[in-house]
Ligand binder design. Structure first.
Ligand code: SAH
Length: 233
């Protein structure tokens, strides 16, 4: 059954969807009245719903039953990604959502050659919604701007992993310490400066290596999440 996100509002089990999601249901996928879909509120509340009425700009649905199982990992991984050029960020966000990231926070640091703006964030959030739907997730992964490197160093929670290209200590060594929350940080195309690595370690982050080869900024989060999600299999 296809999945769609809505804002969680309903009245007597009845839901009205408008905008992009409505168009996707009726025009793109040509779902017909009487068919069933899965509606997700983006916070892990999923329902089977029947399509009651399709109008030009909206779709009316009825919630039938709650779906108790979901595909969310028990590990809540927050990714801290330094701003990189457009396509790299698009790729990193799409793949990270597929792999089970819980949240994505962007930041600027010394070697960033680009920064954020509202349009970029909107675009990345759209990519995130599409990736959630495609990968059968029940959670909408928010992409936000966390500000500067120093800001995000202090706001992160759980076990904090600083992925550093000059590190020799493997990420493998911390696998036994994983609990509910993990924060993982990645640098931009030019990497982190030594001074930044020092600052992160002073703020309680653990510097880890993802292997002997240097990965591109958009590959590193994919590799790290694959390693961390191994324990969920
Ligand atoms: N230009 C830099 C590499 C930057 S890679 C250089 O040539 O040294 C971009 C980011 O990906 C890095 O800042 C780091 O966060 C992550 N990364 C890439 N390869 C890594 C590795 N082998 N171990 C840990 N982190 C890595």
């Amino acid at each position: 059954m296809r999945r769609f996100f809505w804002n969680g509002e309903s009245e007597d089990e009845s839901v009205i969807i408008k905008g992009d999601e409505a168009r996707h249901i009726s025009k793109v996928l040509r779902i017909q009245e009487g068919e069933q879909i899965i509606l997700c509120d983006g916070q892990c509340n999923d329902f089977i719903a029947s399509v009651e009425r399709i109008e030009s700009n909206s779709v009316n649905l009825k919630l039938l039953e709650r779906v108790l199982e979901n595909n969310e990992p028990s590990l809540n991984a927050t990714l801290y990604l330094a701003y990189t050029k457009g396509e790299r960020l698009d790729y990193a966000v799409q793949k990270s959502v597929e792999l089970g990231a819980g949240e994505i926070c962007l930041f600027t640091c010394k070697r960033c050659i680009t920064s954020g703006n509202d349009r970029k964030l909107e675009r990345l959030n759209r990519i995130s919604v599409e990736a959630s739907k495609q990968s059968n997730r029940s959670k909408l992964v928010k992409v936000t701007d966390g500000g500067s490197f120093s800001d995000v160093l202090l706001s992160a929670k759980g076990l904090k992993l600083f992925c550093y290209e000059n590190e020799t200590v493997s990420i493998k060594t911390i696998m036994g310490e994983l609990s509910n929350d993990v924060s993982i940080m990645f640098g931009p195309e030019g990497g982190f400066e030594d001074e930044e690595a020092k600052q992160a370690i002073d703020a309680g982050w653990r510097s880890v290596s993802l292997g002997k080869r240097i990965l591109r900024a958009e590959t590193a989060p994919v590799a790290a999440l694959s390693i961390l999600m191994y324990q969920e299999m």
